[in-house]
Design a protein around this ligand. Structure first.
Ligand code: ADP
Ligand SMILES: O=c1ccn([C@@H]2O[C@H](COP(=O)(O)O)[C@@H](O)[C@H]2O)c(=O)[nH]1
Length: 255
């Protein structure tokens, strides 16, 4: 817990690659810290910062488009869990700066300090895959988007990354699609809220933001024992949300 007893609220935004997770996070950030709003300190973190170090052989496979970046084995879940545990307690943390325009090895050389924030938006394809990771989130969102749209967007992203159209489509068929169906889509059931139309769904974003503000206010006032109670009840986040909502039925929207 940080010196001022303040906990960081973690919002998990999961969904397939190119479903609109980053765009949804940006919308929420705008709403939380935009003009005329009570300013909350907000930052965003990608699960792509937690790819594990690859062996030389795996790096060669990755260069040839033959390493599966969409499989749970590609991630360092231990590091991600410990980083988020520290971040939610308001401790300073350092994360790899993932940059899709760089190779993974080059990107993993770069690090940044996460700012101490009220709200940390975390986005990733497999955020809700492991219980110990998904239980860390105060709010869990799943961005729903049809597969054709995701593929069309992903082609643009991968071409900008320097991949050819053929290798992008092969990679999608070989790895992205099967991993989405096998590991990502089954985690939709853990979401508190499923968001169709991604960032265009302003109604959903606007409904959610006042609730996030309530979490921030509660975390500011929370005593360590209250936080410990909340931690124990984690994994039942939806119930926790509805219990808190029942305790404060008149949630007012900020002007
Ligand atoms: N609703 C939308 N309509 C049009 N383009 C979108 C929409 N949502 C996302 N995009 C675009 O699709 C691309 C991938 O979106 P992004 O939010 O980065 O996805 P993710 O973080 O899930 O991979 C980006 O170029 C983004 O601008
Ligand atoms: O070196 C890499 C690492 C990851 N990817 C792809 O990234 C997506 C996950 O990121 P999103 O921002 O959710 O799209 C995943 O599907 C990987 O295939 C990559 O292409 N190269």
């Amino acid at each position: 817990m940080s010196a001022n007893n303040k906990r960081t609220i973690l919002i998990g935004v999961a969904g397939g690659s190119s479903s609109g997770k980053t765009s949804v996070c940006e919308r929420i950030m705008q709403q939380l810290s935009g003009p005329g709003q009570l300013s909350s300190r907000v930052d965003m973190l990608s699960m792509s910062s937690f790819y594990r170090r690859l062996t030389d052989e795996e790096r060669k496979a990755a260069q040839a488009g033959l390493f599966n970046f969409d499989h749970p084995d590609a991630f360092d879940f231990d590091l991600m869990v410990s980083t988020l545990q520290d971040a939610r307690m308001g401790k300073p943390v350092r994360v790899a700066e993932y940059d899709p325009s760089l190779s993974l090895a080059a990107a993993q050389q770069r690090h940044r300090e996460l700012a101490l924030v009220d709200v940390l938006l975390v986005k990733g394809i497999l955020l809700f895959y492991q219980p110990r990771l998904r239980d860390l989130f105060d709010v869990k969102l799943f961005v729903d988007c049809d597969s054709d749209t995701r593929l069309a967007r992903r082609v643009r992203t991968d071409l900008a990354r320097g991949r050819s159209l053929v290798s992008t489509l092969n990679y999608h068929t070989e790895f992205v699609k099967p991993a989405f169906e096998g590991f990502c889509l089954p985690t939709k059931k853990y979401a508190d809220l499923v968001l169709p139309r991604g960032p265009e769904n302003l109604v959903a974003v606007e409904l959610m933001v006042p609730r996030i503000r309530d979490f921030v206010a509660e975390a500011t006032q929370a005593s360590p024992s209250k936080v410990a109670r909340r931690d124990r009840s984690n994994g039942k986040t939806a119930r926790h949300l509805s219990e808190s909502a029942a305790a404060q039925p008149q949630v007012s929207r900020p002007h």
